[in-house]
Unconditional design. Sequence first.
Length: 137
Amino acid sequence: MPIDLHTGSTYDSTLIPPLPLPHWPRERPDGTVSDQRHTQRCQLVAEAEVTETSSEVMLRCKTSDLSLGGCFLDTLNPFKEGTEVRVRISHNSTTFTALGKVVFVLPNLGMGVAFRSVGDAQLAKLHEWISKLSRAK
């Protein structure tokens, strides 16, 4: 069963849609941007594929950081904010796959993707990667 990473609970994805995600980064009144991430972020440069789920348009790109809640994908042509995507990241001969949503875009630089549905085996793989990356610091 998939796990909603924002609540930690499992759910039948065919019956219960994922919870809405916070919009981040948020701009403060003084023009600075706050970082709303709630999980540890690790630098990871890895090959990635991101596919728009409605059209099956696929982009090849690289990650620059990764967390239990999502990742940043470096690409010159990011999808629009709000786009539902499937993310596939390859690292050390293993592959992680999750459904997500583009939550912010930096034009000509890339997009932040929040993971919305991650299977148990994929979540275990993600935990393992982040644990190893954290120890390597």
